[in-house]
Write a protein that binds this ligand. Structure first.
Ligand code: HEC
Ligand code: HEC
Ligand code: HEC
Ligand code: HEC
Length: 496
């Protein structure tokens, strides 16, 4: 084993020394300088987006769609996503993730970024986790980069060459050592008194992923740097810790005080927080993390590639085949068969998923209770405010598990605990909202959820330009009609 490792390392160093020519890697060359390395061949496997697993996999589809077959929807979907994010761009489109090689292509076409307007509506900061060009862009534009118009950087980005590549995690000028290129991660660690340059090799095998697979929010210009990502870890990584951080933010330090919000929910007028993809946080106190198992152990196992053993650079679900489970898991779980380990993982995911769907429905009911209390007209404002706080918290706890991409596999106990909390907060929101009307809405709230609030199945920027669409669901009536407009951008091509 040790021999193989050093053999592979030798080849890697020989290969790297040929490639280590910093001038070769300038904006525009992206992954090209490294194409002779065997790791590049396994990197190309990330283009395979044809396989799902029970709860994961790589075939892109709409995550709320449980009525169409692949590639539009999937059996395990959350039908209320559009309801829960109403008024926020996530309600226009939210798809299942696929491989790193698609990151740039996918961000260039997502409906969340406004392609009907000269102003993108989301800032350039979105490129931070989709491209290998950020160090160059920051060098050129400094901290102004984050808040610049997303559209201004479309044309210069080639979806193949500039997607997530070797230099996101490797230093081409230092024998391709693992490195952290993410400024927000470096700063989050600094705030904890840590420097990744002193991290162990094993820590680096997870920290390189924490550059992107984490929760974040955008700083504001008044405090901090406009639209710069900030990882809210200062009080810890549990949902409660990050919620507390965002609820009690110190304006001097964090750019906001009190009720930080990403958006105000269109129907319940609640200041909401969107969770991103806290894989690193979910994993951080799992049995595996406690045992020193890194992201790379499971997602980048050592595999044989012709004459050499390399770390697989095909980042995907390890459950796709028995061979992948052997490579990723059986090195430690030698006493178990691939089938056994897969079914144990699905056992955990199934239980998490059932509770996730219940938490999701309770969050919808909580928004509806506040909506009805507002429509009632005489609600006690203090109780209604307390109800909104519970709506906000319930949805944050649900989204912590929902946005995390493993369906609970990374940390089943924490996922279930988080969902139990979500359900309790949302139930409390409903109780407070009903009380705020002195029980006037108790009867109208007493219905099965699908009857009370049907899922919003279709919604997009284009549809929001149609009054007929807005009239098709009670909740959509709370949205403003958008002016009619045609697409300006398709990928990195300007249409008009
Ligand atoms: C998301 C982060 C990430 C990206 C992107 C990435 N690597 Fe790696 N790479 C790793 C990790 C983690 C290791 C394991 C390092 C360790 O164990 O010390 C590794 C190891 C390597 C090694 C050392 C030998 C081996 O196989 O373990 C080489 C060479 C390498 N990568 C080349 C590449 C090339 C070429 C690309 C672009 C096609 C690339 N890497 C992209 C994270 C990354
Ligand atoms: C520079 C940002 C970035 C880094 C670094 C990064 N990822 Fe990702 N990862 C993404 C994005 C963005 C996607 C979704 C791409 C899409 O859907 O277009 C993704 C998708 C994935 C997927 C889903 C792939 C599939 O087949 O469905 C896995 C698994 C994954 N990443 C694991 C990792 C691991 C493990 C590491 C560290 C070794 C890592 N990532 C580092 C940004 C990153
Ligand atoms: C003990 C092994 C293990 C470790 C450690 C681990 N993962 Fe995973 N990961 C899994 C399993 C199992 C799944 C579920 C795959 C499925 O449902 O098909 C998964 C799913 C994912 C997914 C979604 C993949 C998909 O198919 O959509 C991403 C992204 C991901 N992990 C990233 C990470 C990151 C980042 C880390 C480190 C912070 C990490 N994982 C640590 C085993 C692991
Ligand atoms: C580097 C070692 C290592 C690797 C790799 C590893 N595990 Fe584990 N796993 C452990 C340890 C240690 C424990 C905790 C002690 C135990 O239960 O045996 C554990 C526990 C588990 C459990 C028990 C938790 C439960 O709820 O039943 C499951 C399931 C599991 N691992 C699945 C996987 C899967 C799937 C993979 C591959 C994707 C994997 N592990 C890869 C070391 C590893």
């Amino acid at each position: 084993m040790r021999y193989l490792l050093s053999l592979a390392a030798g080849i890697f160093l020989a290969g790297a020394s040929m490639a280590v020519n910093a001038s070769e890697w300038e904006l525009g060359e992206g992954n090209k300088a490294f194409q002779h390395l065997p790791q590049y061949q396994s990197y190309l496997k990330n283009y395979d987006d044809t396989q799902m697993t029970e709860y994961g996999g790589s075939v892109p589809h709409r995550k709320h769609d449980d009525f169409n077959p692949l590639p539009k929807g999937y059996k395990h979907a959350q039908p209320y996503l559009k309801n829960l994010w109403l008024g926020y761009p996530f309600s226009y489109q939210y798809d299942r993730a696929r491989g790193h090689v698609y990151a740039l292509e996918d961000v260039l076409k997502i409906d969340r970024i406004d392609r009907y307007s000269e102003q993108a509506a989301l800032p350039s900061t979105c490129y931070n986790c989709k491209t290998n060009t950020i160090p160059q862009l920051l060098e050129k534009h400094g901290d102004d980069f984050w808040a610049m118009n997303f559209h201004d950087f479309r044309k210069m980005h080639d979806p193949k060459r500039h997607t997530i590549g070797c230099t996101n995690c490797h230093d081409p000028e230092n024998q391709m050592r693992l490195t952290i290129t993410s400024v927000p991660l470096t700063e989050a660690l600094e705030r904890q008194g840590k420097d990744w340059r002193n991290a162990s090799r094993n820590e680096m095998r997870s920290l390189v992923c924490a550059q992107c697979h984490v929760e974040y929010y955008f700083e504001t210009a008044e405090h901090g740097v406009a639209a710069k990502p900030h990882l809210p870890w200062d009080k810890g990584m549990d949902p409660e810790d990050m919620y507390r951080f965002k609820a009690d933010g110190d304006p001097e330090r964090d750019g906001f005080s009190g009720q930080f919000r990403d958006w105000v929910h269109a129907v319940s007028k609640t200041p909401m927080i969107k969770v991103q993809h806290p894989e690193y946080e979910m994993w951080s106190d799992s049995v595996h993390a406690q045992a020193g198992v890194s992201c790379a152990d499971c997602h980048m196992p050592r595999v044989t590639d012709g004459p050499v053993r390399i770390s697989s650079h095909h980042w995907t679900s390890p459950l796709k085949s028995d061979q992948m489970i052997r490579d990723s898991c059986l090195g430690c779980h030698a006493d178990r068969s691939p089938e056994d380990l897969r079914s144990r993982t699905i056992y955990n995911q199934e239980r998490v998923w059932n509770q996730l769907l219940i938490a999701q429905e309770k969050s919808v009911r909580a928004h509806e209770a506040v909506r009805q209390a507002m429509e009632y007209g005489f609600a006690d404002e203090e109780l209604l405010g307390a109800a909104r706080e519970m709506v906000r918290k319930g949805q944050w706890f649900w989204d912590y598990v929902s946005a995390e991409n493993s369906a609970g596999a990374h940390n089943p106990v924490k996922a279930l605990d988080t969902l139990a909390s979500s359900q309790q907060f949302s139930d409390e929101a409903v109780r407070l909202a009903i009380r705020s009307t002195d029980y006037a809405i108790a009867e109208s709230m007493d219905k099965p959820i699908k009857e009370l609030v049907p899922p919003i199945r279709e919604h997009s920027r284009k549809l929001q330009q149609s009054q007929e669409h807005l009239d098709s669901h009670v909740w959509l009536q709370y949205l403003p009609l958008l002016p009619e407009a045609e697409l300006i951008w398709h990928g990195n091509e300007r249409l008009r």
